[in-house]
Design a binder for this molecule. Structure first.
Ligand SMILES: [Zn+2]
Length: 195
């Protein structure tokens, strides 16, 4: 069945207050990533070669390849991923936090789904785009990690979204949201939490 834009509404996504993390909210978005990393690093051992398969819903954009090798992120691969996850509404690209790709890689690896594509409905959102969404819907957080390039909403090809979200939550690799009605998953590289 073809993907329809209306089937991917925006999510409350990664509002730390909603996830019961008031201390994170107080710390501010700028500290989120630093606070999150040690815990995730302990939880999941990442391999020296990391790859991803990503497609953008509604466009022909995709990435299928290695983004980390020999101890470093591949700059060209990151640029391609940044493009795939750009803000479509604003036609704006931002450097995504590469730890987001590590989270996606870790979850796909755990699910033995590295050859399946993450079909991205929302990646980076400009503050203006996010604020516009938040004004239209109380479900959209005004402090979404999408604005920091740290979050993605997606479906994983051939996989049940509930199962994907449950696995990701068990892995404690970041923020995990499951949107039952819309059938998509939110993942971010912020502190481990779920909703
Ligand atoms: Zn989201």
């Amino acid at each position: 069945m073809p993907l329809r834009r209306s089937s991917f509404p925006t999510c409350p996504c990664c509002d730390p207050a909603q996830a019961g993390r008031r201390e994170v909210l107080a710390a501010g978005l700028g500290l989120l990533g630093a606070a999150a990393l040690p815990r995730r690093a302990e939880a999941v051992a990442l391999p020296p070669l990391r790859r991803l398969k990503v497609q953008r819903a509604f466009t022909e954009d995709s990435f299928d390849g290695v983004y980390f090798r020999e101890g470093r992120y591949d700059r060209e691969a990151l640029h391609k991923l940044d493009w795939v996850l750009r803000d479509l509404s604003a036609s704006e690209v931002t450097p995504m936090d590469p730890r987001l790709f590590d989270v996606l890689h870790a979850v796909a690896s755990r699910l033995d789904a590295l050859d399946e594509a993450f079909v991205i409905s929302s990646g980076y959102r400009t503050p203006e785009h996010n604020a516009s969404n938040a004004m239209r819907s109380r479900r959209v957080s005004t402090v979404s990690l999408h604005m920091s390039g740290m979050a993605a909403d997606f479906r994983l090809q051939g996989r049940d979204s509930f199962g994907v979200a449950r696995t990701a939550a068990q892995m404690q690799v970041g923020g995990v949201g499951f949107y039952r009605r819309e059938g998509f998953v939110h993942l971010d590289c912020g502190p481990p939490r779920r909703w």
